[in-house]
Design a binder for this molecule. Structure first.
Ligand code: ADP
Length: 449
């Protein structure tokens, strides 16, 4: 059994993990950089250890310091949250070598899915539909030209090591190809230290729909339905909901079953997300994330499961406690990401938060680690909270979201709250009729001078 979890993260997700541990009666250790001494996760954890200076590379990504913190506190497991070390296969391996449980899948599965070409080949072999594209890496410009020509434009050049939408370039015609190919390679080299790229058919107006899975590494896996994350800015999700406004129960069961079977065959352990683009009624695999996602709460709201507690259970060796038929989907949930950013320009807005008033009431959940007087450090991601609303129907959710946004007060820094208030007035949002490009186009058309 796991007795003490070190949470190798910060912000709202550190708090989220801490809450799950506390309910299970598991002790918690927070780690923090010198910039996070007064952070909420540090205040609420049973113990805390400073692991380095502000830059993440010297603190939250500092494996020796995190190992030392496990040693000092006697933590027998590590929860990596999302981002930072959550998809670092080497980290999972090192923990295993030290007989510390990594709350996540095996190093082998992290590595497999971290290489996008291997991930795509594996998905295809397991019967998951994938985006048409090159078989593996495209090594030369000549090959890139030939493959793009055969596939037909537009095409997308993607980094094998990619993440966060970086190292991705569209070529709409042969004229654009050389530049797109070379830029994708150099961007990828700069961002990931690896310039390998591959080519995919560029889907024009898809939605982003992802399937949540849970496996126990003992051959059992279930799906927990989908999330629609089509509202994106620069390939970053802004608003996520479950279920997708476009899928019906039959389509959900069909794709869910394909994915759950694939994950069971892999022997995958823990939570994972299989991401698809969805166009004209068809799913196209793009990647699998081998960790908890930012947007996991919407799935929790409609299934009633605590995904972090499930992660902890399977990491401690327990078999899945649910079969697929035990999972019931009820209601609708929407999450909006509250970032400390200018809602027009999206420029980061760190600094001191004067007051915080968090909305409440029926069907409202706020996952956030800020408080009045807290100073948002400039070193990390600008996500400062997630507002999640739940209702019987999507319409009820939208009404509730409007009400909750109206109650939410965060003063002293700029936030994206006003963006969501504006978005709620749009017919496309009301009707759920948007694809992955909708938000960028709307922002372009509605720029306030
Ligand atoms: P990352 O790991 O960098 O997030 P993904 O493969 O998950 O990369 O893609 C991120 C986003 O980029 C998707 O949500 C989608 O908006 C866009 N995208 C990826 N592949 C394609 C494609 N073949 N056609 C159109 N858009 C794509």
């Amino acid at each position: 059994m796991i007795e003490k979890v070190l949470i190798a993260n910060r912000g709202e997700i550190a708090l989220r993990v801490l809450r799950a541990c506390r309910e299970l009666g598991i002790a918690t250790v927070a780690v923090h950089s010198t910039a996070d001494e007064t952070a909420m996760h540090v205040r609420l954890a049973d113990e805390s250890v400073c692991i380095g200076p502000p830059p993440a590379s010297e603190s939250y990504l500092n494996i020796p310091a995190i190992l030392a913190a496990c040693e000092i506190t006697g933590a027998d497991a590590v929860h990596p949250g999302y981002g930072f070390l959550s998809e670092n296969a080497r980290f999972a391996e090192i923990l295993e070598e030290h007989e510390i449980t990594f709350i996540g899948p095996s190093a082998e599965h992290i590595r497999m899915m971290g290489d996008k070409i291997v991930a795509k080949q594996t998905a295809a072999e397991l019967g998951i539909p994938v985006v048409p594209g090159s078989d593996g890496a495209v090594e030369t410009l000549e090959d890139a030209r030939r493959i793009a020509e055969e596939m037909g434009y537009p095409v997308l050049i993607k980094a094998t090591a990619g993440g966060g939408g970086r190292g991705m370039k569209v070529a709409r015609s042969a004229e654009e190809l050389d530049n797109a190919y070379l830029t994708a390679r150099s961007e990828s080299q700069a961002a990931f230290g690896n310039d390998e790229v591959y080519i995919e058919k560029y889907l024009d107006r898809p939605r982003h729909i992802e399937v949540q899975v849970l496996g126990d590494g003992q051959g059992n896996a279930i799906h927990l339905g989908e999330r629609d994350c089509s509202l994106q800015r620069r390939h970053q999700k802004v608003w996520e909901e479950a279920p997708s406004p476009t899928l019906n129960a039959e389509q959900r069961a069909e794709i869910g079953e394909i994915v759950a079977n694939a994950v069971a065959r892999l022997g995958y352990s823990g939570v994972g997300t299989v991401e698809f683009l969805y166009e004209d009624g068809k799913f196209y695999f793009i990647e699998m994330n081998t960790r908890l996602q930012v947007e996991h709460p919407v799935t929790e709201q409609i299934t009633g499961l605590d995904l972090v507690q499930e992660q902890i259970r399977v990491a401690s060796g327990a078999p899945l406690q649910y079969r697929q038929e035990d999972i019931r989907f009820a209601g609708h949930a929407i999450e909006v990401r509250i970032n400390a950013e200018d809602p027009q320009t999206f420029a980061p807005s760190p600094g001191k938060v004067d007051t915080v008033h968090t909305p409440g009431g029926l069907g409202v959940r706020v996952d956030s680690a800020i408080y009045g007087g807290y100073v948002i450090p400039p070193y990390y991601d600008s996500l400062i909270g997630k507002l999640i609303v739940y209702g019987k129907t999507r319409t009820e959710c939208l009404m509730r979201l409007r009400r909750a946004l109206g109650e939410y007060v965060i003063s002293g820094v700029k936030t994206t709250i006003p963006l969501f208030e504006r978005l709620l007035k749009e017919p496309a949002i009301q009707d759920g009729l948007y694809d992955i490009h909708w938000l960028e186009e709307w922002l372009e058309a509605n720029r306030e001078e």
